[in-house]
Design a protein around this ligand. Structure first.
Ligand code: PMP
Length: 444
């Protein structure tokens, strides 16, 4: 008998025993190659001694203090280290415990930024209709993820959304560059329709993760988005929960383009799975009216900025720098991308391979380019067969968010080339078996 609520109560899950590097082992002795860093989180791989030692040391010293009673040296150092990593601009750090809290805090800071200047009507946040920003009610309100929203729609804010920069399935049937970034210009239309005086910010994942399997916009898109935000006095929030801290081959996902966000949400890779920690970073420009005004950011959680989690994140940042993991994600990612493209040639139902660095997505198709119908539960089949074969891959939505099937491949940034080859062998084996179990996918 078990009383632990797992994601799906009608399924059985293997029980984990241990994990080291890019491998996870269950209690039956089975080995899994972690091809997606859990949920694109274990960016350094498992069991890294430097992180464990930093955690132990901090736990001995002080694990918890309440943020309204004390600050800590380690949390102060973390805020400094984040600025050093980003390099180009000053950001203030608000520590939280999950990506959802980070995006929800970003919403609140954006709204507060305008309130402090007497513009109380600016409180809507625009987003894209394929996106994922978190599971709490505020963050879910921003998220274009039909499956995760469905049960709670009556509770969600009905914020306006715009089209994603989804070139593989351009909502306008156009192609880049002759499209002239029509999808970016849709933001301007939405702002005019809603009224800029009602809008605090636009939020976007630099590369769309769970809701789009690494949908990557064409060059020029973010520059245009940023220009629209500036022209209409709207803040730009980058949700870097999945893309941040080296995952895409740059320290921030948005660094692939010539744009700097006003507010950044970080999560996943910040604690790299060693502890729950996330952060909302607000630029000097955003902080100024708050500093000169109430001086308070009206948010916070009991465990925010606890020294134990801060020590982990600080050690993670140090490790990323010392082991040149950002550059590594770019190099190994280029190799993995090439290998996935080769695999695409073997399977007609691989429609698209996309992404940057070690955040890569595979979108599946039927009959040329049609969306895989949701009743095939195809993503689920791929993920399940992969896990049976000893490979972990991350399920993602694609298409219209309901129909469409996709996975994300995002191994730890520490993966070796030979291990990429091993990942590809396991994936090929998985795809062969999927094809055998679901022959309808071959219908062309
Ligand atoms: N934003 C993005 C871009 C994410 O990918 C996720 C998690 N998949 C979240 C926010 C929410 O993070 P968490 O699950 O830690 O609350």
């Amino acid at each position: 008998m078990t009383y632990l609520i797992k994601p799906h109560l009608h399924r059985t899950y293997p029980t984990v025993r241990s994990a080291k590097g890019i491998y996870v082992y269950d209690t039956d002795g089975k080995k899994y190659l972690d091809g997606c860093s859990g949920a694109v989180t274990a960016n350094l791989g498992h069991g890294v001694q430097e992180i464990i030692m930093a955690m132990n040391k901090q736990a001995e010293q002080v694990a918890f203090v309440y943020r309204s009673q004390f600050t800590s040296e380690v949390a102060e150092k973390l805020a400094e280290a984040l600025n050093k990593q980003i390099g180009y601009s000053t950001y203030w750090t608000f520590l939280v415990n999950s990506g959802s809290e980070a995006t929800e805090t970003a919403m609140k800071i954006a709204i507060q930024y305008w309130q402090e200047q007497g513009r109380k009507g600016k409180n809507k946040i625009l987003s894209r209709w394929l996106s994922y920003h978190g599971i709490t009610i505020g963050a879910l309100s921003l998220s274009g993820h039909p499956m995760r929203r469905a049960r709670f729609v009556p509770l969600l804010e009905d914020f306006p959304t715009v089209s994603p920069p989804y070139c593989f399935r351009c909502p306008y049937g156009l192609t880049y560059p002759s499209c002239q970034w029509r999808c970016a210009d849709e933001l301007e239309t939405a702002i005019i329709r809603t009224g800029a005086e009602h809008i605090a910010a636009f939020i976007a994942e630099p590369i769309i993760g769970a809701a789009g399997a690494a949908i990557t916009p064409p060059d020029g898109y973010y520059e245009r988005i940023y220009d629209i935000c500036r022209r209409y006095d709207i803040l730009f929030i980058a949700d870097e929960v999945m893309t941040g801290l080296g995952r895409t081959g740059k320290i921030m996902g948005l660094d692939h383009w010539n744009v700097q966000a006003d507010i950044i949400a970080l999560g996943k890779g910040l604690g790299a799975g060693y502890t729950p920690i996330a952060a909302t970073l607000a630029s000097q420009r955003v902080m100024e009216p708050i500093i000169n005004g109430s001086g308070v950011i009206m948010s916070g959680h009991t465990l925010s900025a606890n020294p134990l989690s801060a020590s982990v994140a600080l050690a993670v940042l140090k490790y990323i720098e010392q082991h040149h993991l950002v550059q590594r994600a770019h190099e190994i990612g280029t190799y993995l991308f090439m290998k996935l493209r080769n695999l695409q040639k073997q399977f007609a139902w691989i429609g698209d391979v996309r992404g940057k660095g070690l955040l890569l997505g595979i979108e599946f198709v039927v009959a040329g380019k049609e969306m895989v119908p949701s009743d095939l539960a195809f993503t689920d089949l791929v993920v399940t067969v992969a896990q049976q074969n000893g490979l972990l891959v991350y399920p993602a939505a694609a298409g219209n968010g309901k129909d469409g099937a996709a996975i994300i491949i995002a191994p730890p940034l520490t993966i070796e080339r030979s291990q990429v080859d091993e990942l590809i062998d396991l994936l090929e084996q998985t795809f062969r078996e999927v094809q055998r179990r679901c022959p309808v996918i071959l219908k062309r």
